[in-house]
Write a protein that binds this ligand. Structure first.
Ligand SMILES: Nc1ncnc2c1ncn2[C@@H]1O[C@H](COP(=O)(O)OP(=O)(O)OP(=O)(O)O)[C@@H](O)[C@H]1O
Ligand SMILES: [Mg+2]
Length: 380
């Protein structure tokens, strides 16, 4: 079920929104609209569905409209035209048409935001900042303390709990912001480049932690990033924006192997596949192969053999039989390559205990070649 759904959303900043919208309908560009009306086109005709419990990453260059789109979800930006539907208490509310009471309710109970610029209370302690949302809701003090301590441990800031937050470095403040978002029971988290001010190593660790937390918390997260590496690593769905428009929305696999245009291709050319691709992206799903009776023919003479219950049981090469070697769907490419280096045989990918795809050496090379072929061919 969709937790958040955008339907043809326009966001226009400025006084002359009607005229700007009319020009937009005539196919005028962002700069033409700006020149003629003085209004800025933040987002144009965005349609997107974010499923409950998934991470959707909005990605694009500076000024592409990521924050503008994100900020509509909690009413920080008005929706100029279109609908923005949020599932709430068994019905849906439209952010384009919401009462101030409903908006207050949503912001209090459902939606939390982590800002690019932290948005912390500088004079309060780290722990007070983390517990702020809960305290405002009237949660008992002991409970606020307990939850705040738990989330601080999660982001490795327990030792700093009693310090004023403005004594922390930028990266540490960002972690306080994260802990605060997780402390609330908001089921929709809006994160506007929460990791962009962090050192690469800390960023990497926090990304891992976010993924780990998400396994149990299952929140609906809309995450803004200008880094495709980060987007591919975190996003169940990746949405590429350019000049206020959604250019492509899809899985990591869609974005990497079927980039919608040159703009996306250029981003793809610059990713580091080892750290952002995983077995589920590298594999070819079993459903994609032609089955002849109880066999699938893989690369270089390898044959995957099925049993009577339709379960893969072994691999064969020139009438020699080999046991299957399996990897989990979530295994990072780095680890897939390490396993592949030890064996010549194709690897089977499992999801919830079932084999769902295979990775051959060719698949690994193919995903690497995509990068190199493009990056030599397309200097930025
Ligand atoms: N409150 C505002 N008033 C006027 N114009 C705005 C406002 N917010 C955003 N814009 C404009 O909308 C366009 C899209 O900006 P937005 O902040 O959404 O981009 P972004 O993709 O988040 O970029 P960045 O990566 O730099 O944060 C820009 O041209 C910006 O100037
Ligand atoms: Mg932004």
């Amino acid at each position: 079920m969709a937790a958040v759904e955008f339907k043809h959303v326009d966001v226009i900043f400025g006084k002359d929104q009607k005229q700007a919208a009319a020009l937009l309908d005539q196919g005028k560009t962002r700069s033409e609209i700006l020149a003629e009306t003085g209004s800025v086109l933040g987002v144009a005709d965005a349609s997107l569905s974010v499923e409950e419990g998934t991470i959707c990453v909005l990605m694009g260059l500076s000024g592409s409209g990521k924050s503008s789109l994100l900020r509509c979800v909690n009413g920080l930006n008005p929706v100029t035209r279109g609908e923005l539907l949020i599932a709430h208490k068994g019905t849906t509310v439209d952010m384009a048409n919401i009462s101030s009471r409903q908006l207050r309710e949503l912001r209090r109970d459902r939606i939390a935001m982590v800002f690019q610029q932290f948005g912390l209370l500088p004079w309060c302690t780290v722990r007070e900042n983390v517990g702020f949302g809960l305290a405002v809701k009237g949660v008992p003090k002991d409970e606020v303390q307990r939850i705040a301590n738990e989330k601080l441990a999660l982001v490795n800031l327990s030792d700093w709990a009693d310090k004023p937050v403005n004594e922390l470095s930028g990266g540490m403040q960002q972690r306080v912001g994260l802990a605060r978002a997780f402390a609330t029971d908001a089921d929709i988290l809006l994160m506007d480049e929460p990791f962009s001010a962090l050192d690469p190593l800390i960023r990497d660790r926090l990304q891992d932690e976010l993924l780990e937390l998400q396994k149990t918390l299952k929140r609906t997260i809309i995450f803004v990033s200008h880094d495709l590496n980060e987007a591919l690593k975190l996003g169940n769905q990746i949405v590429i924006m350019e000049s206020g428009r959604i250019i492509q929305a899809g899985t990591a696999r869609d974005i990497i192997f079927k980039p919608a245009n040159e703009y996306v291709r250029r981003f793809v050319a610059n990713i580091n596949p080892l750290h952002v691709l995983y077995a589920g992206v590298l594999m070819r799903p079993l459903t994609q192969f032609n089955r002849t009776q109880d066999q699938i023919s893989l690369d270089e003479g390898w044959i995957l053999q099925f049993d009577a219950t339709n379960t893969p049981i072994s691999l064969r090469l020139q009438n020699q039989e080999y046991p299957l070697q399996t990897l989990d769907y979530d295994t990072w490419m780095q680890d897939v390559v390490e396993v592949a280096e030890q064996t010549d045989q194709p690897l089977c990918v499992t999801q919830a205990g079932k084999i769902v795809g295979v990775i051959t050496h060719k698949d690994i090379l193919h995903s690497l070649l995509r990068q190199t072929a493009l990056s030599t061919e397309q200097p930025m």
